[in-house]
Design a protein around this ligand. Structure first.
Ligand code: CP
Length: 319
């Protein structure tokens, strides 16, 4: 089934055919923006009509929220953003689930939503008649990040099929890792991870994924290294906080200059951001030409513009 007119809550929701169409359109948007400084002229204004998207972010965000706004405005869409929960009625005790229900009742054309793990809210977005794009839900998934990561691999490496993608870090708490595992495997990449025991994934999707105990062996295997942020805010569980110190993590899992010496010359490094500088990647790695972190951010605007136009069924001049 195509995602046109439908929600995009998981990497499982999208077909390879739709991914390829979204990537083709994202490339067109990026090229057109680079040459003409605009993309709105590619969109049939009749199909654009008065379409309005709403952003509901009850968790902090820099990249995802801003790039969805940028993408929408570049297309010529109107945007209503509810991203400061201190001035929303959540301040008066309304739940995020009821906030989502009420915004949906205003009939926007798309809702882009980020919120923490919450079964009731997930039920609301799953059953929403208005298409909802998951902009990062708790530790569940972040499928648009996976889309822009895959696009960046394609852009930098010329292919996704056969790529060896090593995910390093806090896999257990990472919605980005979950979405990338599903999406990149669908596109033919091989996935492995390297993580301390405290951050190893527990859900069934990861059961057959190769695990490297040794960082240097893992780096030698990979063509793509994807670092993940250590998500301190999710470490305080029922069993108390995670005891692993930053120094202990860095010692065995940080990617630094020594690791780059073993990494292939045309390999690439990705990180969804925000990066804890010096913890997941050293400053040296962040300034290496193989590090594509800011390319990911740029690509995020065009991939999200493509996804929004595709989901809304906008008519786009493809050449
Ligand atoms: N990659 C990502 O989701 O970044 P933000 O939290 O800044 O949106």
């Amino acid at each position: 089934m195509s995602i046109v007119g439908h929600s995009f809550l998981s990497s499982n929701d999208i077909s390879v055919e739709d991914i390829n169409k979204i990537f083709t359109r994202a490339s067109l948007f990026k090229r057109e923006y680079e040459s003409k400084g605009r993309i709105d002229h590619l969109v049939n204004q009749g199909s654009l009509g008065q379409k309005v998207i709403t952003l509901i972010f009850s968790e902090p965000s820099t990249r995802t929220r801003t790039s969805f706004q940028m993408a929408a405005l570049r297309l010529g869409l109107r945007v209503v953003s509810l991203d400061n929960m201190a001035v929303s009625s959540m301040k008066k005790g309304e739940t995020i689930a009821d906030t989502l229900r009420n915004v949906a009742a205003m009939w926007p054309d798309i809702i882009v939503a980020r919120f923490n793990d919450d079964i009731e809210s997930y039920d609301v977005v799953k059953n929403s008649k208005i298409p909802v794009i998951n902009a990062g839900i708790g530790t569940h998934e972040h499928p648009t990040q996976a889309l822009l990561d895959a696009f960046t691999i394609l852009d930098s490496r010329g292919q996704i099929e056969g790529e060896k993608v090593l995910i390093v870090g806090d896999v257990l708490h990472s919605r980005v890792a979950n979405s990338n595992l599903i999406l990149l495997r669908k596109l033919g990449a091989e996935i492995a991870y390297c993580a301390p025991i405290e951050f190893q994934p527990k859900n069934d999707d990861w059961a057959d994924v190769r695990q490297f105990p040794d960082r240097d062996e893992a780096v030698k295997w990979a063509s793509v290294i994807m670092g993940l942020r250590i998500q301190k805010e999710r470490h305080m569980g029922a069993a108390g906080s995670i005891a692993l110190t930053v120094a202990a993590y860095r010692d065995k899992y940080r990617i630094g200059g020594d690791q780059l010496n073993h990494f292939q010359q045309d390999g690439i490094l990705l990180h969804p951001g925000p990066v804890n500088r010096g913890v997941e990647f050293s400053n040296y790695v962040l300034s290496d030409s193989r590090c594509k972190v800011l390319n990911q951010v740029t690509n995020g605007v065009f991939v999200r513009a493509s996804l929004l136009s595709f989901t809304l069924g906008l008519e786009v001049k493809e050449a």
